[in-house]
Design a protein around this ligand. Structure first.
Ligand SMILES: *Cc1c(COP(=O)(O)O)cnc(C)c1O
Length: 353
């Protein structure tokens, strides 16, 4: 820390992303990336626009938003594109929270929400999940604060039905309800169809997890056109060229690869269910994950130790050293072959212990 850093930022605790290994041989199951490559049309679309790098991209992402509007059955002015969901979520907190309007969120959820509140000095109303990590919607009734819910939640993987989120939105007419659907394509139901009935509902989706595009940085915020106009106001006050032209082209192509999208999601779900059973057979407890990761613990070994042992054997998973998650590991669902390697190494570690 230099002596020039603003005193208002000296207590800020930044987000710690999962490790990026230098060796390719490491089994990387720590950041919920998709184990499959992007479909060929996406790669070709990127190549086609790469020779126009001297030009700025379309700041309004018009073609991309038109393609997305058709895909999600919305109007283009109900959609904003961002540099990943992280950017859209940040814009949403900037637009809809302030010193007098706290952010309500679960205690166990995506870590960035709390970090952004720290950065922007937004007070937080932290609402504990139940003992079994389920979210009781009634705890979110009549708050009239800005609310963010990851659905499915991270790192628990548990999902609420859209009806429960719709009810939370109905019970908070004076607050925006942000639904972070980063993992929705892996077996949960989306709240996008509820946008028409709830003017305070903002749904955020990303191409990072289910569309093989974590490296391209693309996400959509979707909601009624006034909410989206508010987000555009913030976006255009920071970085109007936030989505580069290769990513815009890749996004359009991705939306046209419905078959590949569905098939790879199906494979991840199938592998998740198989790997969950295999873990349970070995005495692990797993949550009912609807995401592309498993949240698991074993009574046989401290998760902190198991995390380290796996890392020594070139397997990266995620460990969150916080009161309610310290006994758990979050394991990204890879290909079946990758999960077989994970299980082999787990068996070895547990046998030697
Ligand atoms: C991965 C993730 C994000 C961020 O996604 P990007 O589009 O890559 O920025 C947001 N929310 C949750 C819950 C996530 O898991």
């Amino acid at each position: 820390m230099s002596r020039y850093l603003s005193p208002t930022l000296q207590d800020l605790v930044p987000y710690t992303p999962g490790d990026i290994p230098r060796r390719r041989s490491v089994l990387k199951l720590n950041t919920n990336e998709n184990p499959y490559p992007p479909p060929t049309p996406v790669i070709e679309a990127v190549r086609r626009v790469a020779d126009r790098l001297q030009l700025y991209p379309d700041p309004n992402c018009l073609k991309l938003r038109q393609a997305a509007a058709e895909y999600y059955e919305l109007e283009p002015d109900q959609i904003m594109a961002g540099n990943g969901s992280d950017e859209n979520l940040f814009f949403a907190l900037r637009a809809f929270c302030d010193a007098g309007r706290p952010l309500a969120r679960p205690d166990v959820t995506y870590g960035c929400y709390g970090v952004w509140c720290g950065l922007m000095h937004i007070p937080q109303h932290i609402i504990p999940l139940e003992k079994d990590f389920t979210l009781d919607p009634t705890r979110y009734y009549d708050l009239n604060e800005t609310i963010v819910i990851a659905n499915p939640n991270a790192p628990t993987g548990l999902a609420l039905p859209p009806e429960a989120i719709g009810e939370i939105a109905a019970r908070n007419p004076d607050g925006v309800v942000i639904v972070d659907e980063a993992y929705v394509d892996f077996g949960a139901r989306s709240c996008v169809p509820l946008i028409r009935d709830h003017e305070n509902l903002l749904v955020v989706q990303t191409f990072s997890k289910s569309r093989q595009m974590a490296g391209a940085r693309l996400g959509f915020a979707m909601g009624n056109k006034e909410l989206i106009a508010d987000l555009e106001r913030v976006r255009n006050s920071l970085n109007p060229y936030n989505v580069n032209q290769m990513t815009q082209a890749a996004g359009i192509a991705s939306l046209q690869c419905e078959g590949y999208f569905r098939e790879t999601c199906r494979q991840v779900i199938e592998t998740r269910e198989w790997a969950a059973q295999e873990l349970v057979r070995r005495g692990f407890v797993v949550t009912d994950s609807r995401a592309n990761f498993l949240f698991a613990r074993t009574p046989k070994m401290l998760s902190r130790v198991l995390f380290r042992e796996l890392r020594q054997r070139a397997v990266l998973v995620r460990y969150f050293d916080e009161p309610r998650t310290e006994h758990w590991l979050r394991i990204t669902v890879g290909t079946k072959e990758q999960m077989e390697i994970l299980l082999q190494r787990l068996d070895k570690i547990l046998k030697e212990a």
